[in-house]
Design a protein around this ligand. Structure first.
Ligand code: HAM
Length: 417
């Protein structure tokens, strides 16, 4: 049997309603904040990602779906959106005069990772990016939008974790000290981290290996090397969050897995997710525009993983999205099936309508109407046609009324008493 590739899945009717529920919340919340949707191609030239996410990150190093197209050009299925979005904004001059842009996106992304609970090779992200403001208000707007989205999905059991990586200059000073510290303790680091030390020392701080965790305990903290600008920005963000009563946990070791960040970084975590406990993450990326050939443009954003949101909603069980139809037309023995289709047509002007396509008996049709959770059944038989009437049954209370077949049918106006 042909199957979906490992780490991917079909989303079938029955499950898709949960996706649509979450998607409707994306639209609802982004509208409240006046964010506009931006769509880009599913694949980009490989450079878009290698120049932005960082050559030595896990994503670029081993997780990208990269291929040569028939013209011999290297292409990559997008592993994330921020780089692709910035590419698009530069190409289409959306910020060329420093215009503020509030943008959002939703769609599939691809990373060749080892599949496990909450980790897929094709997954879906919803994300927002606020471009061309360097001020703390935009950091807080982005975080607030994330929290409003979580609230709209009605789960409370999550933690917002924040940190700052400072500006480029203070980060470089810090990196020098960090490398010095790790070199002094190289023998105690895991093998992977010894390699990382050469290429991307910041990633060692994220390691889950017991050996590395011990070494990390005494590693220097990034904020000890902050200059005034780095301190001021982060202090302002924290004080605004405090003022708005937004709860957060400061994690001085949070670095995130992509290289483009500076200043504020944050994650949304939930302990119902297990090892992959982060269901959203983001941060500020003030140098990314220049890295991709654009004008300096400060920016901040985040992305949430839809599969992980669904896992959380499943755990807390409040995601019952029972589909509901208005009308099931029961054919009570009329030979001219055109009459059924004509009635369906008429009713569809105002209602959702189905009828039997398997030529089942009346009992089986009522059973199907029940299964489909229809609000009303409309019975049409030879006698009804002759009398120019319809028999309508309210499936909730079992009551029945008769209406004229030829006049307007307003199901919401019926007195069922
Ligand atoms: P990220 O942390 O790599 O950040 O991904 C964001 C979210 O995507 C994660 O928190 C997770 O929920 C989901 N995710 C990532 N990989 C997988 C996977 N293999 N399977 C399932 N879900 C996954 C970014 O992608 C940044 N572009 C976020 C950002 C936006 N930063 C600034 N703006």
């Amino acid at each position: 049997m042909l199957k979906t590739p490992r780490g991917t899945k079909d989303i079938l009717p029955g499950e898709i309603e949960k996706w649509q529920f979450i998607e409707s919340k994306f639209r609802e919340i982004t509208e409240k904040y006046n964010y506009k949707e931006l769509r880009t191609p599913i694949f980009e030239t490989t450079e878009v990602f290698s120049r932005s996410i960082g050559e030595e990150t896990d994503i670029v190093n081993k997780e990208m779906y990269t291929f040569l197209d028939k013209g011999g050009k290297s292409m990559t299925l997008r592993p994330e959106m921020t780089a692709a979005l910035v590419r698009s904004v530069i190409q289409n001059n959306l910020c060329s005069q420093g215009e503020l842009q509030r943008l959002w996106y939703y769609g599939p992304f691809f990373r060749y990772e080892r599949p496990q609970k909450g980790r897929f090779r094709q997954f879906h992200q919803f994300g927002v990016e606020c471009l061309a403001s360097e001020y703390a208000e935009s950091d807080v707007e982005i975080i607030s939008l994330g929290i409003d989205l979580i609230n709209s999905l009605q789960f409370k059991d999550y933690t917002l974790i924040i940190n700052s990586l400072g500006n480029r200059e203070s980060r470089q000073v810090y990196l020098n000290h960090l490398v010095e510290y790790f070199n002094d303790n190289k023998g105690s680091l895991s093998e992977t981290s010894q390699i990382r030390l050469e290429k991307n020392p910041l990633r060692i701080l994220d390691s889950k290996s017991e050996d590395d965790i011990k070494v990390n305990q005494n590693a220097p903290f990034i904020d000890d090397y902050f200059d005034n600008e780095s301190n001021e920005h982060f202090d302002e963000v924290k004080s605004m969050l405090d003022y708005l009563n937004i709860d957060y946990r400061l994690d001085r070791r949070l670095v995130r897995g992509l290289d483009y960040y500076s200043h504020t970084v944050f994650e949304f975590q939930s302990n119902v997710l297990g090892a992959q406990d982060s269901f959203g993450g983001g941060g500020r990326y003030n140098s990314l525009f220049e890295q991709l050939g654009g004008k300096p443009t400060p920016a901040i954003g985040f992305a949430m993983g839809v599969e992980r949101l669904l896992l959380i909603l499943e755990q807390i069980n409040n995601n019952e999205q029972k589909s509901c139809l208005d009308v099931y037309i029961v054919n009570a023995g009329i030979d001219n099936r055109n009459e059924i289709m004509k009635l369906a047509d008429k009713l569809r002007k105002n209602y959702s309508v189905v009828f039997d396509l398997k030529r089942k008996n009346i009992k089986a049709q009522f059973k199907e109407a029940n299964k489909l959770n229809c609000k009303y059944t409309v019975v049409l038989g030879q006698q009804e046609i002759e009398n120019n009437e319809l028999s309508i049954k309210n499936m909730e209370n079992g009551n029945q009324v008769k209406l004229s077949l030829s006049s307007e049918i307003d199901l919401d106006d019926i007195n069922w008493e």
